[in-house]
Write a protein that binds this ligand. Sequence first.
Ligand code: AMP
Length: 279
Amino acid sequence: MIIIKTISEIRRYISDISDKKTIGFVPTMGSFHEGHISLIKKCVEKNKESICSLFVNPKQFNEKEDYEKYPYDLEKDIKIISKTKCNVLFAPSKEEIYPQNNITKKYDFDGIEKILEGERRPGHFNGVGIILEKLFDLIKPYNVYFGEKDFQQCVIVNKLIKQKFKEINLFTCETIRDKQGLALSSRNKLLSFEEKQASYLIYESLINAKKNYNKISIEKNKKNIYNKLNSHELIKVEYVDIRKKNNFEVLNDFDTKNQVIILVAVKVGKIRLIDNITI
Ligand code: AMP
């Protein structure tokens, strides 16, 4: 695996690839765990040229403190990713990506950027749009890999691709969890022991809601998740939502024809976690 840190070098690397259809790409913010590795392995399996980016994108953080606390250890990540067969790790600095820091681009993702995560984290998906457009332009991938854990982000990426990168194929990959069901996340590393114990309630309540999907009303199901999570003293629920998975429309009544997704966001202590389950 080679490590590239500059825009000029990644440009050179990409321009030397004659068949751009061989390029698979996994964008990340590092602090690698098995969730990231599962995407990288899928990418390696299907593409002759597998490229992973590691960039903690300041533009998608709406809280300075969250950005400053975000775990970053390049040497450790290099050791982890070296065990995969990924060809390139692109790990640029902030100055390389945003030399002037004056990007004011505004994206319209059909309103999806304003709801749920977008509502609680204003500007987040705009920041995601800015970095992904930049990375897709640079790397010119044919296949890209994203995790379902961040399902709303997958919806946004799908819209970005439809708007500006029609040649790209999006692959959404299943959420990797620990033994207790907690979705792996770089932010989990910031949880105390007690907070981690509390976090196990998230998946437990989603599994419960899935079991109850046909038995109680959508409203009652949402309320149950909300109450179960909020009853823990370390957890504060931000939202519980149930939507159609294919078009992200709100679900008010049972839908037995289409896949349905339940999404939650909570704060455990100061750490914000999201998760979802498909029905
Ligand atoms: P991040 O570094 O958090 O920006 O994540 C990079 C990519 O890994 C995104 O597409 C995430 O959705 C994906 N990802 C993060 N956590 C998991 C997980 N537990 N399982 C599968 N994919 C994940």
